[in-house]
Design a protein around this ligand. Sequence first.
Ligand SMILES: Nc1ncnc2c1ncn2[C@@H]1O[C@H](COP(=O)(O)OP(=O)(O)OP(=O)(O)O)[C@@H](O)[C@H]1O
Length: 331
Amino acid sequence: MTEAAEPEAGSETETPGGAQDDGESDASGLDDEPVDVIESSPAPPRPERDLRFGVATAAGLSTMTPVARVTEAPHRELGEAVLRVEGLTKAFGTTVAVRDVSLEVRKGSFFGIVGPNGAGKTTTLSMVTGLLRPTSGSATVLGVDVWRASAKARSHIGILPDRLRLFDQLTGAQLLYYTGVLRGLPADEARARAASLIDTFELSRSASRLVVDYSAGMTKKVALASALIHSPDLLVLDEPFESIDPVSAGQLTDILFEYVDRGGTVMLSSHSMDLVQRVCDHVAVIVDGEILADGTVAEVRGDVTLEERFRDIVRGPRQTEGLDWLGISFS
Ligand SMILES: Nc1ncnc2c1ncn2[C@@H]1O[C@H](COP(=O)(O)OP(=O)(O)OP(=O)(O)O)[C@@H](O)[C@H]1O
């Protein structure tokens, strides 16, 4: 995994507790937490594989079907509506970023939202998760209105936002622990889940380094782990695979599959049509703030690939138009 690489000389940052990652610290990374913020009692035994967020051991993960070999998502029986979006609209001044979007995401679904740059994906996901107030329309999670009862609604949601704003002066282990505590977990439970997630996401060698020193991919992983720590019913992930290498992407996908198999629900945005076709059972295509197609991936793509259908739907302008002055032939 990417974090196996040692930081460059001089780039390593001292932790608040004065410790540096020497690559030999405890796998949980919680051993060198400052004693005034995390109790120094030994970490409790790690929980069995019985948590929604998928405490997958390395052995467990290795028995799963490598997602890279799959060309379409497995059939899943879906349950009740977890997320209902009705007539969601967002205007920034005179720019209407999202117009009258309605969606339903059912329990057990892996739902993809795709669209070209600037189509309104991030704006939609931000409204769904309570990070951005809509101009009109509503979003409910398990029947709880995201804006009228935001605290309760957010307790059901795990969020990986587009522009990550993490407490990056914490170590990875501290970030997970404090996220768990802020999400209302008892300290012991937060510590145990943090340790399990560090194992699952193979972050043990980086767990006692400051997040500010993480690579982009490692930052994404620790952020995704943080989104899972309170065992949410719905995970909303904005471009979760951006900056992630293919091996890590396959592993993250397996973790998300396991989360869904345990009754979780995922909504994600992505520019990778191939990935969406392989992992998502439902997809919505958004263009200029409006949903132009949605349904099962099979319904939306028909007898062509999702990427081909996406190109048909979007019909972007030819990129070479107006570049004649470059003097290069693109044909
Ligand atoms: N805070 C803001 N103020 C003004 N305009 C905004 C703001 N946020 C987004 N927009 C505009 O809303 C539109 C949709 O943006 P959004 O970030 O939702 O697109 P996106 O589909 O996520 O794009 P990308 O794939 O490039 O990340 C764009 O025209 C963007 O410029």
